[in-house]
Design a protein around this ligand. Sequence first.
Ligand SMILES: NC(=O)c1ccc[n+]([C@@H]2O[C@H](COP(=O)([O-])OP(=O)(O)OC[C@H]3O[C@@H](n4cnc5c(N)ncnc54)[C@H](O)[C@@H]3O)[C@@H](O)[C@H]2O)c1
Ligand SMILES: [Fe+2]
Length: 381
Amino acid sequence: MTPFTFYPGPRVLNGAGRSGELVDKLPFGPVLFVTDADVRRFGLPDDLLAALESSGRAVTLFDAVEADPSKATLLAAVEQGRVAGAASVVGFGGGSPMDVAKLAAYLLGSGDELDSIWGVGLVRGIRLPLALVPTTAGTGSEATPVAVITVEGAEKRGVNSPALIADWAVLDAELTVGKPRALTAATGIDAIVHAVEAYTSAKAKNPLSDMYAREALRLLGANLLAACERPHDQDARSAMLLGAHLAGLAFANAPVAGVHALAYPLGGLHHLPHGLSNALMLRHVLAFNAEAAREHYAELAEVLEPDCAGQSNQSKAALLIERLDELVTASGLQPRLRDHGIAFEQAPLLASEAMKQQRLLVNNPVEIREEDARRLYEAAW
Ligand SMILES: NC(=O)c1ccc[n+]([C@@H]2O[C@H](COP(=O)([O-])OP(=O)(O)OC[C@H]3O[C@@H](n4cnc5c(N)ncnc54)[C@H](O)[C@@H]3O)[C@@H](O)[C@H]2O)c1
Ligand SMILES: [Fe+2]
């Protein structure tokens, strides 16, 4: 067997209403609580905030995180945490607040400068204790060593280090029942793409990441439409949250690739939500990869549809692409770039932006050159 390294995720509290139990898991002392204004307005963090406050801790609430959070937002959160003398950090919300919380915990604990840690493995210091509570079933950020920040010029940059893996993650599906359909669909497709891209990740794919990716795809594929159609279906919501977490564990160890690389410029230049951007590129990048990744796509097709076992790898790979495309459409997302106000003429600029995502492109089963990327955007138009 090929040697591999696998980083496990955080300790997990899974179950409705369990976020209050974090009170016993975090050190005593001031807490920097990072969320966003909508999540706060919906009252989702109320129980945990009350539990933290009644434990006698001072809580500094930073609820100014925007979607695709900027460096300025992160530094503002760090400053508030510094002034408050934070002893721990809680990230509560979708991927955006969780990513800010992860980096805030590291920058506060280590005193490092953000600009010295971009990329893989440049983190050397110690972070503050960190707990993450996802309210979307999508990014799996609560499971991963990755945090993504938007820097000047709309470029998305990542920090990837085991030091960013949280101490605790709370998977409470009740926090996701109020998600509107479009958000459920987009974040759910994001998680599905994490599972699929981890399973074909060119360099780091390994038996453990494969195991998580397969189980993630099984849960997500079987429950996405139920969660879209019956928003209060607790079983579907729990399965989606666990699926997103497992997909996070998979891609934390076997990083995502071409779909994400081509999705990021849609977020950066056109402010499309991360999951939607992935959904728009999914079919096209998978079709481009189909020959090189045929065997792996065939294995994933059997996860979604065990009955296809007797078919050839070629038809199983085609079936996977077809089924994922049907999920995108049936979830209610508008599947073409033109549906989202993007002009056909944008393709060359998007392609040149995508080439900046070499850290992801190297994981794709087959090379995507700038010319290929342009064609893929045109096909997605
Ligand atoms: N760190 C990682 O491993 C990783 C992986 C993938 C993506 N990301 C990053 O995560 C971000 C995207 O995260 P996201 O897709 O979870 O969205 P998000 O955190 O940006 O939230 C999007 C919107 O959903 C709302 N929302 C969140 N939970 C809700 C709920 N339960 N009910 C109703 N509304 C709710 C928020 O208020 C916000 O308006 C991007 O910045 C992306 O780059 C990080
Ligand atoms: Fe993603």
